[in-house]
Design a protein around this ligand. Structure first.
Ligand code: ADE
Length: 259
């Protein structure tokens, strides 16, 4: 995937692109990030990219010309052209998946200051917001997009990690644990030591449903439950440990008792 960023603050991207999974994706050539300072495209004799709002008002407004010229020079008909703005559609995982599946070349325009000349928006395919709050600029919002999109790019993250995560299938992710068995008196659920992969999968699905009900009941409302999920949800509502869980917990005891 190739992502081009239009910004007047290119240095803001230095540390973000140089750490962790994003840096590795770039090093392994799964991801290319091209930072373009649209100030380089201004035809203003003072090198300005902004000016006072016509009709009055606070702050400065980004001018069309440098953005337009940078956009034309750094995109083609196959590029998905995104402009970040608080008025845009709210970005979510479903959108991230659609974009990452369809597009290999993405351009993201980061605004700053009070606003952007209204006449520039029509040159973009998509207006996106990352949430209902106002940031000082689109750069931090673009970090969110770069991160969410690049991790969905083939080869960046292993497929198993992507399969089980929150919002896949529209359920919240099940809880996970690591060593030690007991931390400040809180124990890892015994069933996870039973060694039966299928039972653990069923237990994790049940926990996923339980956590979705608890943390994101809105997701569950629009969710089409399978037969197995309907039974598991009933078990959660009845609040009794069913036989399949008790059997697995008994099987697991020989591992946890010696801990
Ligand atoms: N620019 C300022 N606020 C923003 C937001 N919430 N999302 C995207 N771009 C923005």
């Amino acid at each position: 995937m190739r992502i081009t960023i239009l910004t007047t603050f290119p240095n803001m991207f230095d540390s973000f692109l140089n750490y962790s999974i994003i840096a590795r994706a770039i090093a392994n050539k799964h991801l290319e990030v091209n930072i373009v300072n649209f100030r380089d495209y201004t035809k203003d004799k003072n090198h300005r990219t902004d000016s006072r709002p016509i009709g009055g008002g606070a702050g400065l407004i980004l001018k069309c010309q440098p953005i337009y010229d940078a956009l034309i020079a750094n995109s083609n008909e196959k590029t998905l052209k995104i402009i970040l703005t608080p008025r845009g559609k709210t970005f979510n995982q479903k959108m991230a998946k659609e974009i990452a599946t369809i597009y290999d070349d993405i351009l993201i325009m980061c605004g700053h200051y009070e606003g952007i000349d209204e006449r520039i928006y029509k040159y973009f395919d998509l207006e996106l917001s990352i949430g209902d709050y106002i940031l000082t600029g689109g750069e931090t919002a673009s970090f969110v997009l770069i991160d969410a999109l690049s991790r969905l790019t083939e080869g960046v993250i292993n497929k198993e990690s992507l399969e089980n995560e929150t919002f896949n299938n529209n359920l919240v992710e099940y809880p996970q644990y690591t060593d030690p068995y007991s931390f400040n008196g809180d124990e890892v659920p015994k069933i996870l030591y039973c060694g039966d992969h299928k039972v653990i999968q069923k237990y994790n699905l049940k926990k996923s449903l339980e956590y979705t009900k608890k943390y994101r009941p809105d997701l569950l409302k629009n969710y089409n439950l399978s037969k197995e999920e309907t039974i598991l949800l009933k078990e959660i509502e009845d609040n009794v440990t069913p036989k399949w869980e008790l059997d697995a917990i008994n099987k697991a005891k020989k591992f946890t008792d010696k801990d």
